[in-house]
Ligand binder design. Structure first.
Ligand SMILES: NC(=O)c1ccc[n+]([C@@H]2O[C@H](COP(=O)([O-])OP(=O)(O)OC[C@H]3O[C@@H](n4cnc5c(N)ncnc54)[C@H](OP(=O)(O)O)[C@@H]3O)[C@@H](O)[C@H]2O)c1
Length: 280
């Protein structure tokens, strides 16, 4: 029997819990989101983040920049937000306009307000296993989803497909922290199906529609689909060919309704966590 890893359900429980905790706070946590590109998908993501933040009782601040904006203007805003006691989480929606410097902009965020966990200090802390750091939202959500289904990661053979700083690399670090044996594959990997067929857990984050077919997966594997792609018909699909792969998997995420809602829930969770730490 294949079990669907229901991200909507898990995310709903996390969000309800955040709402309850927030209702008891004196001040509202504040999440600032910076958008500096014209990508329609990014605009939708920012809109969803704003809506969800308000739903749980946070203050939400959205700053939109046009293509004439330079690094300096965004960094100037971030410096103000770093000092603003009403803001505990700062998120820069990626990608940015191509003329902007992602690294300069991310590095200007106070690591204590880096709600996405993309600042080099937090990336370093995550990889070194040092004290608290905000964990990148998509990998954090995936680990939480697997735990919600009592899936143990210890000793499991995990294959992460994709090596982005946002998903693939932090995902691999978290799996390693959970004592999985981790392989990272990418576009130059040879014989991908041979590698994935040995995996107990496959986490695919490539953005290549239906890359993962039935022949990539061993019977009983756990399959997590991070990819979000709009197909020609305007339907959201993932990296995984769900209709084929779900016949072999023991657990599988649907797309949509799997990893996406967990990412948003983790963002809200990180914002609340940074707020609570700011009081210490
Ligand atoms: N559900 C969510 O909440 C959520 C959150 C974030 C992202 N996403 C989605 O997840 C996908 C990946 O996002 P991202 O930001 O990590 O993308 P990205 O920065 O474009 O990275 C894609 C990765 O996939 C690898 N790749 C590309 N083609 C491949 C192939 N044929 N075989 C194996 N690996 C291949 C690339 O390898 P190279 O490094 O060699 O180029 C790269 O490492 C996108 O669809 C994105 O929309 C979803």
């Amino acid at each position: 029997m294949t079990i669907i890893l229901d991200g909507k359900k898990s995310a709903h429980l996390i969000i309800e819990n955040i709402k309850k905790k927030t209702a008891n706070l004196k001040e509202k946590p504040g999440l600032a989101v910076i958008l500096a590109n014209n990508n329609p998908a990014s605009r939708i993501y920012v809109g969803t983040k704003e809506k969800k933040a308000k739903e749980v009782g946070f203050n939400s601040y959205v700053y939109k920049f046009d293509e004439n904006t330079g690094n300096e203007q965004i960094i100037e805003l971030i410096k103000k937000l770093n000092e603003d006691s009403k803001v505990q989480g700062i998120l820069v929606q990626l990608p940015l306009f191509s003329h902007l410097s992602e690294s300069k902009i991310i590095e200007s965020i106070d690591p204590k307000k880096d709600v996405d966990g993309f600042h080099p200090i937090n990336v370093g802390k995550l990889n070194l296993g040092l004290d608290f750091c905000p964990i990148p939202c998509t990998p954090k959500g995936i680990i939480r989803l697997l735990k919600d289904y009592q899936i143990s990661l210890e000793g499991k053979n995990a294959v992460v497909i994709g090596r982005s700083n946002i998903v693939g690399k932090p995902m691999a670090a978290l799996l390693l922290k959970e004592s999985a044996t981790v392989t990272i594959a990418h576009s130059k990997t040879k014989d991908l199906p041979i590698i994935t067929k040995k995996a107990d857990i496959i986490i695919s984050a490539t953005g290549i529609p239906h890359l993962i077919k039935e022949n990539f997966v061993q019977t009983g594997a756990i399959v997590v689909d991070v990819g979000i792609i709009k197909n020609k018909e305007g339907k959201i699909i993932g990296d995984v060919d769900f209709s084929e792969v779900s016949k072999k998997a023991s657990y599988i995420t649907p797309t949509p309704g799997g990893v996406g809602p967990m990412t948003i829930a983790s963002l809200l969770d990180n914002t609340l966590e940074l707020y609570l730490r700011s009081l210490e």
